[in-house]
Design a protein around this ligand. Structure first.
Ligand SMILES: Cc1cc2nc3c(=O)[nH]c(=O)nc-3n(C[C@H](O)[C@H](O)[C@H](O)COP(=O)(O)O)c2cc1C
Length: 134
């Protein structure tokens, strides 16, 4: 199951205190649901802010938590090191880096995806980024 407790979208939706308190209850209720994992979209921020947010989720949910949103390899390792998530997910970095796993393992630099081609309805920006060639 994926949920976005940290999701803020301008004035349309804000992850304020009340929203997060609602998610606290929901995460507790899901403890009995035998889910494979909860995929939780956090919020952009410093590592301290990310740890604080995922610590809060961890405190309410005993099952596996996959931490999401804006992670780099280094930030992901920090989150996992603090034990507030069981795994970290990567979305957009896979667009520009079809070999993301290999690049990360080898310490190669990552390419940046062009936001203009995202959700544009074409294959461009989804299938045409090359693998690392040195
Ligand atoms: C091209 C693209 C399509 C996505 N489609 C969905 C979707 O259909 N449903 C969803 O919950 N999240 C979707 N996401 C969001 C990702 O699952 C993830 O939450 C988001 O990209 C944050 O991770 P990131 O910062 O590593 O990209 C999509 C992301 C990208 C880049």
């Amino acid at each position: 199951m994926k949920m976005s407790p940290g999701r803020t979208s301008g004035t349309a939706f804000t992850a304020d205190k009340e929203t997060l308190a609602g998610y606290d209850q929901l995460l507790k209720k899901l403890n009995g649901s035998n889910l494979a994992y909860l995929h939780l979209m956090g919020a952009p921020g410093t590592i301290e802010e990310r740890i604080a947010l995922f610590s809060r989720h961890r405190a309410h949910h005993r099952g596996n938590i996959v931490a999401d949103l804006g992670f780099t390899q280094a930030l992901g390792n920090e989150i996992l090191g603090h034990g507030v998530g069981d795994a970290v997910s990567f979305g957009a970095p896979f667009l520009a880096n079809p070999d993301l796993v290999g690049r990360s393992a080898q310490g190669h630099p990552l390419a940046q995806a062009d936001r203009e081609t995202r959700y544009a309805g074409h294959a461009e920006g989804y299938t045409d980024y090359p693998a690392f060639s040195g």
